[in-house]
Structures are given as structure tokens and as C-alpha cells.
Design a protein around this ligand. Structure first.
Ligand code: FAD
Length: 403
């Protein structure tokens, strides 16, 4: 049998997280083997990436190529569209309130993965093997993987970017706490007759959020969370009927709606592993966290996983997958991942809940946010970058003391 191909870093999975991880490690000076087939371009979703994630793409030299396909998000609104006894006031978040020009950019996944794949293919430090990992053999000195092509790979650190079912995570037996929601997201893009003015609106309904996010020109993307059977029914409607339903849900705020080709339905689930690294395997992206698409958090969190992992590996260059590096990674990621997953799951459950107490808590929370600018500012900063809300609060208090 041929000798294994060896590198310090093996990235498993060539979805957005895997591609960004491969580029991040290569740019930090690590030779990388990337194992995984190219993402198919049937993914019609769009991804809203916030400014800190965009900074990472900029460092990788990709942001300028992505801008033409993307629309800035300047204002984000939450509208309570439930018909419940207790309803929340509309809350509006403006990037200008925290001195940012935009919260981020919304871009088609197809454009994002195509640009990332081009950059990976052109990078001299990345050896991209376009086949799946068939089996894993974690060992104390190096982790080994056998690919479906028959190649064997060995590395000091394996980055599991192999999605929500993560065979790498399974191989090292990390337990996962899972929940399937009685919800599915209908995803589509649509044209509209009025300008969106770079505003994204999230309507909260009894079955989940209905979220419109701007795309370039008079186009937007939609993530409509409903019961699984309703998602299938909506998806089977003719274009005119579905366009009318979307327009009615938005109370015609963007004028006439015309749905575009390509509808997809995604079942919603949550999954949180008990730990984020073990036996030379570190989890990133959906291998490390799955939750409903509320508030555009998933890939933003995945990019923070990668940023932290590259930084910790760079500090432990002699053994980036050793026990010390993996323990540091677990410690660093745990608060961010648990806080984001917890907040999104709680908000989703409070929408589904018929309990008055849950509705009151959600309504009171959004009410305070709507009427109290400093708290809104805190949440906007924390939403962009964990810790930055606290930093701004601290510097505000310090300057008050000096006065
Ligand atoms: C409707 C919807 C809307 C969303 N909107 C946003 C948003 O606006 N903003 C945001 O930040 N996030 C959003 N998300 C979340 C975001 O889409 C995910 O976080 C992101 O796609 C996860 O990327 P990933 O690379 O971790 O996983 P995936 O995209 O699932 O990639 C995993 C890859 O691993 C590969 N793989 C699997 N097994 C193996 C193996 N054995 N060997 C090698 N490769 C393997 C697969 O082929 C796949 O290519 C949204 C999610 C949904 C469902």
C-alpha cells in the first residue's frame, strides 16, 4: 500500500466552513490537505455575513470579488406578526446607531462557494482531494483518514468541517445533544416592485420567523419557517399563487412580488456536541453547532470557530492538534457557541410556545430593546462580535467617570 500523504493540517469537508478553514490555515503558513467533493450548486440560499466575518474574507483576499453579488444590510427590523394576546412592539436596529455603515452583506451561497473554491484551487499550500473521507483512525501521534479514492492521509490536526452529521465527530465519539423542531424553512428569492432600501425584516409568526433579506437591485431572499407539511404545500404552489402569499405575508411593503426559480425546503433541527475537540479532531461550522436560521448566526459563528482555531494552531505550531491546543480551542469556543445556540433556540421556542409566560417574556424583552437605545446598541455590537458590546459599555462607563 502507498505511503500516506501527510500534512500538518487535514480539513474534511468542502462546504463554506471547510473552504474558509483551508484558506485560513494556508494563509497562516500551514500546508493543508482538503478532503471533500466540491459543493453542488443546487444551494439556492443566501447567507448574511456580518462585518467581522467579512473582515476574515477580506484578509483572505475574497471580499472585493464577492461585493457585486451582495447587498449591504443597513437596517434590521423585527415585527411581531403573531395574533397572540401578548404581542411585541416592532424593534428596529440601525447600523448607524453603532457607527457602522452596514451590519454586513447578504450574498448567494453559490457565489460565496464558487469564489472560495477558486481561491482554494489556486492556493499553492492547499492540496485538494475531491473525495469523501471513508474512515478515520485517530491515534496519539497523528490522525489518519482513508479517502473513498483510496488515498490515505495523515495529519497533526484534522478540522472537521464535514457538516451536521460529521463523520469525524462520530469517529471520536463526541456525544451530541439533538432536537428536531416541528418546523421547516421554505427558501427562495424574489423580485419586488419597490426598493428594499437595504432593510431586512424578520416577521415573527406562530410557526417561526419569515425573514426577508435584501439582494442587489429590487431582489430579496426569503426564509419562511412554517410546519413541515405547510412548507411542502407552499413549495408546490404555482408561481403566481406563491408570489401572492409572500406579498400578503409582508403586507405588500415591497410592492408586487414575483418569486424566482429554485425553491428549497430545509427541515429545522438543533445539535450541540458535548465538546469541540478530541483526539486531534477539532469541530467547526455545522459539525460544531446546528440551530434554526434566525438572526443570521450559523456561518458567522462558523467563521469565528475557524478564526480561533487558526490562531490557537499558530500559537502551537509544533503540534497544532495536540491535547494542549485542543483544550485551548474548546475553552475559547464554548461560551460563544453555547450562548448563540442557547439564544436562538430559546427565541425559536418562545415563538412556538402557547404559554403566556413565554410570550410575555419575549414581548417584554423586545419592548425594552425597542425603547432603550443603549441596550439596543449593546445587543447590536454583541450580535456582530461577542465581547464588543461589553467593551463599548465599559468605555462608556469609563468616560462617564472621567466627566
Ligand atoms: C435556510 C437557512 C438559511 C441560513 N442563513 C444563514 C445566514 O444568513 N447567515 C449565516 O451565517 N448562516 C446561515 N445559515 C447557516 C449556514 O448555512 C450554515 O452554518 C453553513 O452552511 C454551514 O456550513 P458548513 O460548511 O459547516 O456545512 P455544510 O455546508 O453542510 O458542508 C459540509 C460539507 O462536508 C462534506 N462532507 C460530509 N461528509 C464528509 C466526509 N466523510 N468527508 C469529506 N467531506 C464530507 C459535505 O459534502 C459538505 O460539502 C442558514 C442555514 C439555513 C438552513
Amino acid at each position: 500500500m502507498a505511503d500516506p500523504i501527510s500534512a500538518p493540517i487535514l480539513v474534511a469537508g468542502a462546504g463554506p466552513a471547510g473552504l474558509i478553514a483551508a484558506l485560513g490555515f494556508a494563509e497562516a503558513g500551514f500546508p493543508v490537505i482538503l478532503a471533500g467533493p466540491e459543493a453542488n450548486d443546487a444551494d439556492g440560499r443566501t447567507t448574511a455575513l456580518m462585518n467581522p466575518a467579512l473582515k476574515m474574507l477580506d484578509r483572505l483576499g475574497l471580499l472585493d470579488a464577492l461585493r457585486p453579488a451582495a447587498a449591504p444590510l443597513k437596517i434590521m427590523r423585527i415585527v411581531d406578526a403573531t395574533s397572540r394576546l401578548i404581542r411585541s412592539p416592532t424593534v428596529t436596529f440601525r447600523a448607524s446607531e453603532i457607527n457602522e455603515e452596514q451590519f454586513g452583506l447578504n450574498m448567494p451561497n453559490r457565489a460565496l462557494t464558487a469564489r472560495l473554491a477558486e481561491a482554494v484551487a489556486a492556493h499553492p499550500a492547499i492540496d485538494w482531494r475531491k473525495s469523501l473521507v471513508r474512515d478515520w483512525e485517530p491515534a496519539p501521534e497523528r490522525v489518519k483518514a482513508r479517502l473513498t479514492s483510496g488515498d490515505q492521509v495523515s495529519a497533526l490536526l484534522a478540522v472537521a468541517a464535514d457538516g451536521r452529521l460529521s463523520p469525524a465527530r462520530e469517529a471520536v465519539r463526541i456525544p451530541v445533544s439533538r432536537r428536531d423542531y416541528p418546523q421547516a424553512a421554505l427558501v427562495l428569492n424574489f423580485g419586488h416592485s419597490r426598493d428594499h432600501s437595504n432593510i431586512s425584516t424578520e416577521f415573527h409568526t406562530e410557526t417561526g420567523p419569515f425573514t426577508q433579506v435584501p439582494l442587489p437591485g429590487r431582489h430579496s431572499s426569503l426564509v419562511w419557517v412554517v410546519r413541515p407539511e405547510t412548507a411542502e404545500q407552499l413549495s408546490a404552489l404555482g408561481d403566481t399563487e406563491l408570489s401572492n402569499r409572500v406579498e400578503a405575508r409582508m403586507q405588500s411593503m415591497l410592492g408586487r412580488v414575483t418569486v424566482e426559480d429554485g425553491r428549497q425546503v430545509y427541515p429545522l433541527a438543533a445539535a450541540t456536541p458535548l465538546r469541540f475537540g478530541k483526539d486531534r479532531i477539532a469541530l467547526v461550522g455545522e459539525a460544531a453547532h446546528v440551530f434554526p436560521p434566525i438572526g443570521a448566526q450559523g456561518l458567522n459563528l462558523g467563521i469565528r470557530d475557524i478564526d480561533d482555531l487558526v490562531e490557537i494552531a499558530s500559537r502551537n505550531r509544533e503540534d497544532p492538534g495536540g491535547a494542549r491546543a485542543l483544550a485551548a480551542y474548546d475553552l475559547k469556543r464554548r461560551p460563544d457557541i453555547l450562548a448563540r445556540s442557547g439564544a436562538v433556540n430559546l427565541l425559536n421556542m418562545s415563538l412556538l410556545s402557547d404559554m403566556l409566560l413565554a410570550q410575555m417574556a419575549r414581548s417584554a424583552g423586545l419592548g425594552i430593546l425597542g425603547s432603550f437605545a443603549p441596550l439596543r446598541g449593546f445587543f447590536m455590537r454583541e450580535g456582530l462580535r461577542p465581547g464588543s458590546g461589553f467593551q463599548a459599555l465599559g468605555s462608556g462607563l469609563r468616560s462617564k467617570h472621567r466627566q
